[in-house]
Design a protein around this ligand. Structure first.
Ligand code: AQP
Length: 350
């Protein structure tokens, strides 16, 4: 069975971008895969060192996973800091990754801002920890939004370099697997992960500016639909969403150069499980005054059961903590196997 891994940071309210780009895919992948879903609390320190309410932020992401339909018994739901292997493998990957690779990461450039000297070393090393999160379980598939594509390419580079640098050790210890990279057979320890980024809304954009990603950290709450927004708020945000004065085109080509229209059509398509072409076949020639109320109905219909269930789960933090405890113990058992093998491969005595 393919092994799926992905994570979400406890850095604020989850939004529609997190849902369509990640969590909804997590749910769908459960049917045919072994899945591990993680609240990546150690990554959250790179956004902000001191969190007022890290425990409840962590519980809230967990509640969103469960409310969306993730089954924590058949699969694993846990928080990253509870499994020490993440930090341990990240250190090893810090030594594998090259500074030149890290310097190309656009998320670091965006998040570090102008005064890069003041950015934390953790923010810089974020992709190395992300590679460790995935490869600690030797996961093969990673559902993420389009913004994480570059980090997954780096994860493949790190895995490849480790496999090549330690090739003889991997052979000697007998822990390797035969994989093909391109057409080449390689005896490897870490697999080459496949990103799962498809769908009509791989990068949901801000409702205020169609050229910016919808993001938890955007100062304007009107820029995003939060998973905890009620019907009234969803309706207000979609009604106020920026658009251009033209109506909807009948064909995809007509969305070129119209990022806000493209974004709303993509959101509709993703929520309705249709292609953008299907949505335009239905709404082409209509004004936004017709399209937006239809989008409100669809968004409310899709999100309100999740919102209600999240609130119910959040009222019982003891239950969420028990889910995380159980998931962490099962994740740790798997991670311990990898870390024992990695220590053997490297030659660490223990
Ligand atoms: N706008 C988006 N469209 C599609 N997918 C998205 N994701 C995030 N934003 C969008 C995906 O959600 C998953 C979890 O993201 P995260 O919380 O770990 O980190 P992030 O990408 O930094 O999320 P935010 O909301 O944008 O937070 P800030 O404001 O802190 O930067 C990932 O799979 C991500 O691709």
């Amino acid at each position: 069975k393919p092994l799926v891994f992905s994570g979400v940071q406890p850095t604020g309210n989850l939004h529609l971008g997190n849902y369509l780009g990640a969590i909804r895919k997590f749910v769908a992948l459960q049917a045919n895969n072994d899945c591990i879903y993680c609240v990546v609390d150690m990554h959250a320190l790179t956004a902000q060192l001191v969190h007022e309410d890290m425990p409840n932020q962590t519980r809230s992401i967990t509640a969103a996973f469960l409310a969306a339909g993730i089954d924590p018994e058949k699969h694993i739901v846990f928080n990253q800091s509870a499994v020490p292997g993440h930090a341990e493998l990240a250190w090893i990957f810090n030594c594998v990754a090259r500074i030149g690779w890290m310097n190309r990461m656009t998320q670091f450039k965006d998040k570090a801002g102008k005064d890069r000297e003041q950015a934390s070393l953790g923010l810089y090393a974020y992709p190395s920890l992300m590679a460790a999160d995935i490869l600690l379980y030797r996961a093969t598939h990673v559902p993420v939004g389009d913004d994480q594509k570059q980090h997954l390419e780096l994860t493949r580079d790190i895995a490849m370099k480790f496999n090549l640098d330690y090739m003889e050790h991997i052979r000697r210890t007998g822990y390797g697997i035969d994989i093909t990279v391109g057409d080449e057979p390689v005896h490897a320890y870490f697999p080459m992960v496949e990103p799962l980024i498809d769908g009509p809304a791989p990068r949901v954009m801000s409702l205020r500016d169609g050229t910016k990603k919808m993001s938890k950290s955007d100062a304007s709450d009107l820029s995003r639909i939060n998973l905890l927004d009620d019907e009234e708020n969803i309706s207000k945000k979609i009604r106020k969403a920026k658009t251009d004065p033209d109506g909807l085109p009948s064909e995809i080509a007509g969305l070129a150069g119209r990022p806000e229209a493209d974004n709303l059509v993509g959101i509709y398509a993703a929520l309705a499980d249709k292609s953008k072409a299907d949505v335009l076949a239905e709404f082409g020639g209509q004004q936004f005054s017709v399209f937006k109320p239809a989008l409100v109905d669809l968004a409310v219909h899709a999100l309100s059961p999740i919102t209600t269930e999240m609130r119910r789960l959040m009222a019982d933090p003891g239950h969420i903590d028990a889910v995380l405890r159980d998931g962490s113990a099962r994740a740790r058992a798997r991670a311990d196997v990898t870390m024992k093998q990695v220590r053997d491969i490297i030659g660490f005595l223990y």
